[in-house]
Structure formats: structure tokens, C-alpha cells
Design a protein around this ligand. Structure first.
Ligand code: GAR
Length: 196
């Protein structure tokens, strides 16, 4: 099986779905580590309860020294030798120094239909633009933020009564389907696009 590490920053609902999916004995991958950039990340307890090793590497003591923070992240990965790294709501920007060695083996989920709305506040921006459609994207990570080859997208229809919060909730439901589907294919060596 392919060994998967997952980086989170918060509640980790996408991480939970990935771990749940990997519980299938026929899944081509298994979770070997969940890492958060804060000990407060709610997802850590959920991962531990599912029997996945967890660790936190707090970014704050590094005071903006990204290379030093990233060296600490890589040191944790070196202990568990993952084949694949999944970012799942990891809210720290990773520099080229960290990303380049992982290129082709690192995935991210982003709450917009990329290439639209890279960065933050994607739901408010889709509403403001008057988009009829919105959604989420799983892509391979390259040194450019929210860029890189797309592995899958899930779409929702924007309703007139939608707010950023209602959109976020509907997109998150789709994220929970899209990310496990993409990881399954990717871990099996299949980069065919998933569309939901
Ligand atoms: C998800 O909506 C994910 O797409 C988004 O954060 C949320 C994390 O939720 N990621 C980003 O915005 C990355 N820039 P979760 O912790 O419940 O999975």
C-alpha cells in the first residue's frame, strides 16, 4: 500500500473522510501520519481516535522563518517515509524549497473551481462575481499557490439565497466525496480526472 501523510490546520473533516476511505482493505493507500501546525487543531483528536499517528509542529515559534518551519515538517515526514502527502485544509503557504522534492506526490483540495479564486475567501468571491456554478478542486501541488495539474472537480449550482456560509457548507459536502475519490485513483497510479 502507498503510505499517506495528511497535513491539516483545523477541524480536519476532509482528513477524516480520507482516513475513513482508506479503512477499506482494498484501498491502495494507508494513513501513516496526520500533522497539524497547531496543537489546537480539532482534527488531531479525530485522527488519534481513528488510530492514526498524529503530531503537531507549531509554526508560531518559527516567527516567519518558513525554511526552518518547513525543515521541521520534513523531519516529521522523514520519520514515517510517506509516498504521498495530502494537504487537507492546511492553511500555511509552503515554499518551493519544501514543495519541489514532493512535486508529483503532493495533493491539495481547494474550495473553488480552479483556476478561479486561488487563495482565500473563495465563496464570497464566487458570490460577488455572480457565478452560476461553484465547487472544489483536487490538484497536484506545484510551487505556485493553488496551481498545478487538476485531478478532479465537483460542482454545485449557486442559488439566489446563498451566502458565503451556505455555499461553504454545500461545497464541503462535495469535498468529502471528491478528495477520497481522487486519492484512490492517484494512489493506484491513475491520474484520470474525476468529475462530480
Ligand atoms: C476546506 O473547505 C478546504 O477546502 C479549505 O479549508 C477547509 C478545511 O476544512 N482549504 C483551503 O482553504 C486551503 N487554502 P476541514 O479542516 O474540515 O477539512
Amino acid at each position: 500500500k502507498k503510505r499517506v501523510a495528511i497535513f491539516i490546520s483545523g477541524g480536519g473533516s476532509n482528513m477524516v473522510r480520507l482516513v475513513e476511505d482508506m479503512a477499506d482493505p482494498n484501498h491502495p493507500a494507508e494513513p501513516v501520519l496526520v500533522l497539524a501546525n497547531s496543537a489546537d487543531a480539532g482534527g488531531l483528536a479525530k485522527a488519534a481516535a481513528m488510530g492514526v499517528p498524529v503530531v503537531s509542529v507549531d509554526h508560531r515559534p518559527f516567527k516567519g522563518d518558513r525554511p526552518a518551519f518547513e525543515a521541521a515538517l520534513q523531519a516529521e515526514l522523514d520519520k514515517v517515509t510517506p509516498d504521498i502527502l495530502c494537504l487537507a485544509g492546511f492553511m500555511r503557504v509552503l515554499t518551493e524549497g519544501f514543495v519541489a522534492p514532493w512535486e508529483g506526490r503532493m495533493l491539495n483540495i481547494h474550495p473553488s473551481l480552479l483556476p478561479k479564486y486561488k487563495g482565500l475567501h473563495t465563496h464570497a468571491r464566487a458570490l460577488e462575481a455572480g457565478d452560476a456554478e461553484h465547487g472544489c478542486t483536487v490538484h497536484m501541488v506545484t510551487p505556485l499557490l493553488d496551481d498545478g495539474p487538476i485531478l478532479g472537480q465537483a460542482r454545485i449550482t449557486v442559488q439566489t439565497a446563498d451566502t458565503p456560509d451556505t455555499l461553504a457548507a454545500r461545497v464541503l459536502t462535495q469535498e468529502h466525496k471528491l478528495y477520497p475519490a481522487c486519492l484512490r485513483r492517484f494512489a493506484a497510479g491513475d491520474t484520470t480526472r474525476v468529475d462530480l
